[in-house]
Design a protein around this ligand. Structure first.
Ligand SMILES: NC(=O)c1ccc[n+]([C@@H]2O[C@H](COP(=O)([O-])OP(=O)(O)OC[C@H]3O[C@@H](n4cnc5c(N)ncnc54)[C@H](OP(=O)(O)O)[C@@H]3O)[C@@H](O)[C@H]2O)c1
Length: 250
C-alpha cells in the first residue's frame, strides 16, 4: 500500500477499468465512479480486481448532475477523468454527446476546484480533439499545439470529435481560470483485452473488421497497435512525473 488516494471517473469503461486495475496493483486506494451501481455489468469486473476488497470504493456519479462527483473526489490527491460518451452514431448529438462531454467535464473540474487535497487532474481527451481540421494532411507533423476545428467538425457532422474538442477547450479554460494543475492525454485508437464484459467502441470497430460486419462510420481506421498496458501506464506516469501539459498518443 502506498497510502495515496485517487479517483477514476467512468470506471466501468474500457480504459478506466485498466487504469483502476494498474492503480490497485501499485498500492493506491481508488475511488471509482460509475453511473449505475446496481448494474453488475458495470461493477462486477471492478469488484473482482486484486486489492479491490481492501482499496476500491465505488461511487455513483453522473456527468450531467452538478456536484455529483463531490463525494468521490473528497480526500483524493489526483482525479483521472475518463468518463465521456464514446460512440459515433447519434440522433441527438447535443443531448447524447455534447452536453455530457462538455458540461460533464465542467462539473468534474468544478468539483475538483472545491477540494484542496487534489493536486493534479488528468483529463482523457483524444486525438479526435487534435486532427480534425483542414491542415491535417498525410505529410504534416501534428503536435500538442493542434486542436480540431469546431467549425470543421460541425460542417462534417463529426459529433464525437466535436464533443472531445469542446470538452478539452473548456477544460483548459476552466483549469487556467481556477488554478487547477491539469494534464490532458490524447490517445488515438486504444485496443487490447477487455476487463469489462461489454464491447466499447474501439473494440466493437475491430470486431466489425474481423467479422465483416458493416461499420456505419465516416471515420477511417488508421490503426497502430498499442497494448492496453502501455496505454494505461501513460495515465499513471502523468500523475507521478512532471510532464508536458498535453500528451498526444499515436
Ligand atoms: N477507446 C479509444 O480508442 C479511445 C481513444 C481516445 C480517447 N478515448 C477516450 O477515453 C475515454 C474512455 O473511453 P473508453 O474507450 O474506455 O470508452 P467506454 O468503455 O465507452 O467508457 C466510457 C465511460 O464513460 C461513462 N459515461 C458516459 N456517459 C456518462 C455520464 N453521463 N455520466 C457518467 N459516466 C458516463 C460510461 O459509463 P457507463 O458504463 O455507465 O456507460 C463509461 O464508463 C473517453 O473519454 C474517450 O473519449 C478513447
Amino acid at each position: 500500500m502506498n497510502g495515496k488516494v485517487v479517483c477514476v471517473t467512468g470506471a466501468s469503461g474500457f480504459i478506466a477499468s485498466w487504469l483502476v486495475k494498474l492503480l490497485l496493483d501499485r498500492g493506491y486506494t481508488v475511488k471509482a465512479t460509475v453511473r449505475d451501481l446496481g448494474d453488475p455489468k458495470r461493477t462486477e469486473h471492478l469488484r473482482a480486481l486484486d486489492g479491490a476488497s481492501e482499496r476500491l470504493q465505488l461511487f455513483k456519479a453522473n456527468l450531467l448532475e452538478e456536484g455529483s462527483f463531490d463525494a468521490a473526489f473528497d480526500g483524493c490527491e489526483c482525479v483521472f477523468h475518463t468518463a465521456s460518451p464514446c460512440f459515433y452514431d447519434t440522433k441527438d448529438p447535443q443531448a447524447e454527446l455534447l452536453d455530457p462531454a462538455v458540461n460533464g467535464t465542467l462539473n468534474v473540474l468544478g468539483s475538483c476546484a472545491k477540494i484542496s487535497s487534489i493536486k493534479r487532474v488528468v483529463v482523457t481527451s483524444s486525438t479526435a480533439a487534435v486532427i480534425f481540421n483542414s491542415r491535417c494532411t498525410d505529410d504534416v507533423m501534428v503536435d500538442e499545439a493542434w486542436f480540431s476545428s469546431t467549425d470543421f467538425c460541425k460542417r462534417a457532422e463529426l459529433w464525437y470529435p466535436l464533443s472531445k474538442t469542446l470538452a478539452e477547450e473548456c477544460a483548459w479554460k476552466f483549469s487556467k481560470e481556477n488554478g487547477i494543475d491539469m494534464i490532458t492525454i490524447n490517445p488515438s485508437f486504444v485496443i487490447g483485452p477487455l476487463l469489462q464484459p461489454t464491447l466499447n467502441l474501439s473494440a466493437a470497430l475491430i470486431q466489425n473488421l474481423m467479422n465483416g460486419a458493416q461499420t456505419k462510420s465516416r471515420y477511417s481506421l488508421n490503426i497502430r497497435s498499442r497494448t492496453r498496458r502501455q496505454e494505461a501506464w501513460v495515465w499513471i506516469i502523468s500523475l507521478l512525473r512532471p510532464v508536458s501539459r498535453r500528451l498526444l498518443k499515436a
